[in-house]
Write a protein that binds this ligand. Sequence first.
Ligand code: SAH
Length: 214
Amino acid sequence: MTSQRARDRLIDRLKSNGIADRRVLDVMRRLPRHLFIEEALASRAYEDTALPIGQAQTISQPWVVARMTEALIEHALPKKVLEIGTGSGYQAAVLAALVENVYTVERIDELLRNARRRFRKLGIENLRSKHADGKLGWAEHAPYDAIILTAADDAVAPELFAQLAPDGVLVAPVGRPGAQKLLRYRQLNAVEKSGWVGEALDAVSFVPLLGGLI
Ligand code: SAH
């Protein structure tokens, strides 16, 4: 259930559901998703579904992770990426295999500690994490070439755009439960700083972006 064969089958499924970026598929074929969830659920790790990770949170569905990653790297491979919502750490680990530096922020300490244990176990070293409310990003390391939100809000905070490089890209689920869309924001003309324009990619279903620390 947690074998390479199970992982290969998941990759085939992602491909038939429209995921085309070889870089993303190769990383997800290698990365053991079952290490990012509790042992009791490990046998379901390679189903294409979100799974509970405690604290009323979920590890995102593999197709969603693949789609967001693909959207983030499609136009140019970013060097420095900020993720809001570490959760299990799986999305961050996928990114860490593709880009030079990943920064990730999580508001629930227990989830972050579990994720850090997984990063250590897998020998992931190009990743830094912080226990904080990510609504305002992580200004200390800005600007980022890309920002990814893995929890949904009605709109993206201006503070996050302020931490993006002019030709950067931001991918986020936006909207209320039941009516969320995955949006990709870019500037049409980065030189003139024309303003951030959102392109709707897919209908999605994410847990909400919440304030405050736990
Ligand atoms: N990327 C994660 C998805 C986890 S679900 C994964 O691959 O497993 C979304 C996560 O966002 C949850 O862990 C939740 O606690 C976190 N979150 C919600 N609001 C947040 C905020 N304001 N700042 C930081 N993290 C937040």
